[in-house]
Design a protein around this ligand. Structure first.
Ligand SMILES: NC(=O)c1ccc[n+]([C@@H]2O[C@H](COP(=O)([O-])OP(=O)(O)OC[C@H]3O[C@@H](n4cnc5c(N)ncnc54)[C@H](OP(=O)(O)O)[C@@H]3O)[C@@H](O)[C@H]2O)c1
Length: 284
């Protein structure tokens, strides 16, 4: 099997490349601005022609599109850029993947949901109602991905791991430096360990699973509780993690209060088991 990972220099992409190669898949990967040793093609998916050219040159059986503009507050302030990267860019990938008859796997987000605590955990058939522009563009991207005949849309939630900077690496580096960090205690999700998501992607393409799946971790926790777990498991002072409300914290874009996902539909189809935060934190 030949696979092209778009966003191969990112957190999930790096893990997919690594796990794909361990599984004897012929993996090729793109970067956008930060070339890594395992990425060979520069690609901006907002560029229709370049996207078509790279995909037709590689001629993959599978395209996994992890690329996004996902700085949630910046998406609120730079809406044209957010739309072009997330919606138009994904459409470019879907058209090009379809033209070489590739199976497309697209990574969406839990932020397509309103995040009403009475509605959670969300299943795949639940009502879409993003509360911020990032979520709107990702839902538009889910629709665009369906241009490809064979498509799998995965919705993860707060992704963490070692491969590149993310919320967990930031929090742990602050704690290591002995700095207090204020973490919201009223935003809840199902944090997803990046290597688990990458392993799931590889299993999905091997088994040719198509359709929409929630693909998040098994534990629903507030961002504050999640950070305390990371601190405990990594041996840092948990008192340095201070709770703060979303209102006090004052983020630019509104956030879902509880966007926890129910991923049992996917779990039932996979041999791989997603880790809880305390299991995964031991590996950070
Ligand atoms: N991180 C989270 O907490 C989270 C939660 C839910 C869903 N998601 C979704 O999961 C996916 C993967 O997230 P991640 O954390 O792995 O992201 P990431 O670490 O920021 O990686 C994003 C990748 O996309 C590439 N990229 C950015 N803009 C691009 C463009 N215009 N054309 C082509 N490539 C571009 C980046 O390349 P360079 O680095 O080389 O510029 C990088 O390789 C994203 O679709 C995101 O929306 C993320």
């Amino acid at each position: 099997m030949r696979m092209l990972v778009i966003g191969g220099s990112g957190l999930v992409g790096t893990n997919i490349v690594e796990i794909g190669r361990k599984n004897d898949i012929d993996v090729h990967a793109t970067y956008h601005t930060n070339q890594t040793p395992q990425t060979e093609f520069q690609l901006d998916k907002t560029d229709t022609e370049q996207t078509r050219d790279v995909i037709s040159e590689v001629d993959p059986d599978v395209v996994i599109d992890t690329a996004a503009f996902h700085a949630v507050d910046d998406c609120e302030n730079e809406q044209d850029k957010a739309w072009i990267h997330n919606a138009t860019g994904t459409r470019n990938v879907a058209v090009a993947a379809d033209s070489v008859d590739a199976h497309l796997v697209y990574l969406s987000t839990d932020y397509v949901f309103a995040g009403e605590p009475t509605e959670t955990p969300y299943s795949e058939s639940d009502r879409i109602a993003p509360v911020n522009y990032y979520g709107e563009t990702k839902y538009a991207a889910e629709q665009a991905a369906k241009i490809a005949d064979d498509v799998t849309v995965l919705r993860p939630s707060v992704i963490y791991g070692n491969a590149s900077e993310n919320f967990a690496t930031w929090a742990l580096s602050e704690l290591e430096a002995g700095n207090e960090i204020e973490i919201v205690n009223d935003q809840t999700s199902t944090p997803t360990y990046a290597p688990d998501l990458a392993q799931a992607c590889v299993e999905i393409v091997t088994k040719k699973l198509t359709g929409l799946y929630h693909a998040a971790g098994p534990t629903s926790v507030s961002r504050y509780e999640f950070t305390r777990t990371l601190a405990t498991e990594c041996g840092y002072d948990t008192d340095l993690v201070r709770p703060i409300s979303t209102e006090e914290f004052g983020q630019e874009a509104p956030r879902p209060t509880d966007s926890s996902l129910d991923s049992t539909r996917l779990y039932d189809k996979l041999a791989h088991k997603f880790k809880t935060p305390d299991e995964a934190a031991k590996l950070l």
